[in-house]
Design a protein around this ligand. Sequence first.
Ligand code: CA
Length: 521
Amino acid sequence: MKLKTLVLAMFASSAMTSVAIAEDDYKIVDKPLELSIQMNHKRYPVYKEDWPVEQEARKLTNIHLKDVTVGANMRTDSENTGKTEALNLMLASGKIPDIVGSSRIKDFVNQYGPEGAFLPLNDLIDEHAPNLKKFFEEKPHIKSALSAADGNMYYIPYLPDGKYGRAYFIRYDWLDKLGLKVPETVDEFEATLRAFKTQDPNGNGEADEVPYFARQWPELIRLVTLWDGRSSGSDTYHDFMVVDGEIQHPYAGEGYREGIKNLARWYEEGLIDAEIFTRGSSSREFLLSENLGGATHDWFASTSGYNRLSSEIDNFAFKAFAPPASVSGKRIEEHRRIPIKPDGWAIGGTNKHPVETIKYFDFWFTEKGRRLANFGAEGVQYDMIDGKPIFKDSVLNSDEPVNNQLYQVGSQLQARGYFQDYNYEAQWSNKFALEGIALYDQGDYLIDQFLGVAFNADEQKVYDKYWGTVRDYMLERQQTWILGNGDVEAEWDDYMAQLNQKGLQDVLDVMNQAYKRQYGE
Ligand code: CA
């Protein structure tokens, strides 16, 4: 009893002392300073001054943000057009707020920053933002990836944390039922999918199983990695990739040709969902709950959640398995979270308080600011337990997803520049997801990814002129071959000639030029 009282007293006094010191540390100005902000994101179309997180940040920094967002009524538009529209409207209004936060802000600020619409941040960070400076010193590749063609950085991004995104998933209960082991190689994977197709693992007497399915059809193309091809160089589908310091496109490689040839064969044999190109986003929900789907490649957390179906389907177990070894024995997981998003915030070109503003940006990279950006308000969304922010049961057990609850108080805002803390997500990931992530971590299957380039105006013109046509042609041929309306082997030379005729090499040349300028030789 005495000990407990003593411990509590110690906690109380140390907490009070540290808070008293810390609160002063975060003050940027003695008297409250108002800065205007535009903030657009589909989940929170306007900046809300009464978000609890924002109130706390105000108290600590004395910086008061005033919402002046234009174009917020665009929120019902599609993801692409709505937000760019809002930024264009803001620009057209002739008034750029002190702070501009948005999804997909990267290309916008890299284009208009050098023209004066946004302030370059490099010197401001070096001189006034020790936490941002430290972050970029520790992660130079992120600093390079953020640079515009003129070498300056024009926005502070939302920086996701955690490495893992998608994984291979399979019905472990079907494997058990058919006396099969978890497939370790591409050949074993093929044999397993065939067994799912022909041996009635769902036990209804019909060959109705759909061995491999995907919510997003490019997750079928992903399987070319099993033949040493590639489907993308980043977390964006069909993206360019870096091979030995050179930019290449995955859809112009030998492994890709071999992969497409074999996937066309799998498709013809019925190992792949016949409706893979058309079934769409409800595929996973439908095929798992109808006890039809056998394997997929999808996100750890949400896919693991389907194990709740074990209450309806006897022994249902849909769990991650390690990437099967390719024909040459390589085991890779091509998908991972990108460490840097095109979302974040920037300083308007006419901002009269750039030093205070960069200090405010820096606040969100302090321990306290980062916690606020990730977990919400202490005592409301989380408690500090053993020095770590732990969500309250009321947050974890709510019907509302944890991330939705956080958006509503001003946390996890991707139109704010902040560094996510994976621990925020780990606390509400189910055990199957955490086991799967541990399996992938153990095998070290992830590969490096391409973080994008910033073009100068001439390069942008070349890219805009050719890339759309080249990409459309690639995707059209890809689908035709998979569906069996053509022969990838016989048509490959013509395909490569067509790609070059349509300008692929011109696009690669400007990509490589920009890449070398940005990341060094
Ligand atoms: Ca069946």
